[in-house]
Design a protein around this ligand. Structure first.
Ligand code: AP5
Ligand code: MG
Length: 187
């Protein structure tokens, strides 16, 4: 089973993805974590990533598409995975759809975490005081929210045509939202 968790920055993709992956025994693939690791390792790729990441812009598809391909090809992801933070662009969606179709698979559910902008900003500001993620500064948060609306939100319509998008109210406790997700996917 392949499940995509979609939502704006700070909407809870990582938090809910972790719970879901554990419950279903599936790997969670998070492009943001892979990119943060590349930056931390200081590889040439990481340095290129940092230029975009630190401004809250999307890392270009020519870097991310290869990463997605490699992750989906891992043996752990043979029968399913939780996708956190990708696809994020039309080209990424096309790659995921095509790769799965070639294996006789498809995205089964899209969980769209619906959180007000006010709450998103509140969460990311709170996190910046604890974790110090370089993209949680007020200016970069604003850019990330705009980029989400422009480049990623259109994917909702793309997948809604297939009838697989479930809108999940993303405000409430972590446990309440996890329960709602369990109800939606039926396990
Ligand atoms: P990415 O790492 O994916 O970050 P994001 O989408 O901006 O989202 P976050 O990770 O900030 O939030 P989240 O939705 O995971 O929520 P979380 O559970 O952490 O991407 C970062 C950057 O990497 C991008 O800007 C881009 O540059 C690049 N990138 C990544 N993927 C890419 C791709 N595919 N293509 C191109 N570029 C890519 O929760 C947020 C906070 O709220 C946490 O502190 C959490 O504890 C708290 N929280 C969670 N749930 C609740 C709740 N119910 N109530 C209160 N607080 C809560
Ligand atoms: Mg995340």
């Amino acid at each position: 089973m392949f499940i995509l968790i979609l939502g704006a920055p700070g909407s809870g993709k990582g938090t809910q993805g972790r719970i879901l992956a554990e419950r279903l025994g599936l790997p969670k693939i998070t492009t943001g974590d892979l990119l943060r690791k590349a930056m931390k390792d200081g590889t040439p790729l990481g340095l290129e990533v940092k230029k975009h990441y630190d401004e809250g812009k999307l890392v270009p598809d020519n870097i991310v598409l290869g990463m997605i391909k490699d992750e989906l090809a891992r043996p752990e992801a043979k029968h399913g995975a939780i996708l956190d933070g990708f696809p994020r662009t039309a080209a990424q969606a096309e790659l995921v759809d095509k790769t799965l179709a070639q294996r006789g698979q498809r995205l089964n559910h899209i969980l769209l975490l619906d959180v007000t902008e006010e709450e998103l900003v509140r969460r990311m500001r709170a996190r910046s005081r604890v974790e110090g993620r370089t993209d949680d500064s007020p200016e970069v948060i604003a850019t990330r929210l705009q980029v989400y609306q422009r480049d990623t939100a259109p994917l909702i319509a793309h997948y809604a045509r297939r009838g697989i998008v479930h809108r999940v109210p993303g405000t409430g406790t972590v446990e309440q939202i996890a329960e709602e997700i369990k109800r939606i996917i039926g396990r």
